[in-house]
Design a protein around this ligand. Sequence first.
Ligand code: MN
Length: 605
Amino acid sequence: MPSKPLLPQNDPDVRKRTRQLASSRREYIYNYVYVKPLAMADGVPLDSLPTLKWGLKVGLRLIEILINKIKLFRTSKFDLHQLKLGKLLGKLRLLTAKGFEKEMRSMVNSRKGVDAMVNPFLKEFGLKQPTGTGNSLKEYNDQFQTIQLPAIAHDFSEDSVFAHMRVGGPNPLVIEGIRGVDVNFPVTDKIFKSVKGFAKDSLAKAGQENRLYLADYKRLTVLKPGNFPNGKKFPAAPKALFAIPPGQKKGHLKPIAIQCGQDPKKFPIFTPNDGTAWQMAKTTVQMADGNYHEAVSHLGRTHLLIEPIVVATHRQLADNHPLNILLLPHFEGTVFINYLAQAKLISPKGPVDKLLAGTITSTRQLAVDALDLDFSFNDSMPPNDLKNRRATNSKLFYPYRDDSLKIWNAIHDWVSSYLGVYYRTDGAIANDNELRNWAADIVARAGGRVHGFGEPEGEIKTRKYLYDAVTMIIFTASAQHAAVNFPQNDIMSYTPAMPLATYSPAPDKKRMPASAWIKSLPPLDISELQLSVGYLLGGIYYTQLGDYQWRYFVDKRVAPFLNQFQERLESIEDEIRTRNEKTSKQGGIPYDYLLPSAVPQSINI
Ligand code: MN
């Protein structure tokens, strides 16, 4: 249990504090080679290993996946009695705290990939994985044997669902308000008016009235076509135009046009009038969005953004520093899951290499770019980010925005009142040498290498900025990660709705044969992998936002503020549920990824 919270300037026992920090610094060391040049923790310090409770949640999910695989892949040779029960029972030692810790340590230390750990199981069961592209949607749907087919399977090909993905899908972070299109995406007024519902509208008018939105995947030009494990893949950097129809009160976007690459001379413009070519163009956007999601929004801007801040916190803030006490629950499990991600998930020939469209080297570059090329911590705070993307128009139905701002404000009030107990004036900040070192370490070349943190960079001068920055850290570790992580389960696990790679080029003419779309989908073995990975990563809910351990905060002055925070989260829960009921009644799609009860405290999966 944490000791009495004290700022360093108020702590009579300076020597104890210094000793404790020195020992933390021997455990938490920066590593710059795992995902070069980003900063991560070197190895997994003992206190970063996961709990047994977390392990059981993962274990149960893995068993569900295994059962689905058994039903899907069993052959005539399959014989339940051949199972090497002894070997399986041996795994029961995992259920003891000691055995679990030993297994987790050996996983960290082993050089084996995920496949090398799973495949022996499949062989033991006498299972055979079919390969090759499916001939019908049914073959993809049938991969859901005991795992339930997600709702998206029934309506993913509708234009309204495609548009909803931009504001309430796995990656609702790309859409930006525009006044009009430019020469690189030459949608004409004639094209615009040809779309059903827009005959009497015009591009200029839609732009003036803040009804025009662009999703531009230009940063994906860094991807080089991958071909692992079987067959050439076709990454793309498309542009897609959306608009709110004139006079529509609900503010739902409709898709207008798609150009499957950046250069209008090379890529034609498709509209909803183009049949199979339109469906393929939409799938190209979904594929691009999936790659952007995993590399940029999920891995880059949540997992890998928080990691160096975890290291800086352990290195610079003593265990009894009030900010350390506040942040620690929001860092639980992050170093461990990130270690596995870089060592197993995004390693050459690993699952990401198999699933995503680019070569593994270029996909890793995309993730690095997300934090190293044009990222700013301050600009990424949701209120600033939404303004920069000109997406604040309240007439736009944008549930991710609305819910994330609610949670942002709730966290901001909690952080302000909690830290306000200790920092009574801005002067208290100036006198806190640990806080000064923390801010400097987060941005330092020899530290966390986070861009755009501090005001000015690398410094914290006011309580106002401190509260904003700490809110951003907790928001990213909880709500933002939840918003991008959990759609992996019920949207991205269904490959036809969001293939992580396409296996034929984007459409190049208006008339495409009806069979061309299904042929562009990943082969069945890859689709099954996408199902399993999405179902696993998107299905582990460990801890809940605002739910700190019983008596975690020993300072009694904190209790009323924590109560307020928890009550606030409950009323946000009610507001979102009411909104979702209304949305459903109006025939729209509910958005529940930011229900506070579905938001964990930390990035732990
Ligand atoms: Mn995650």
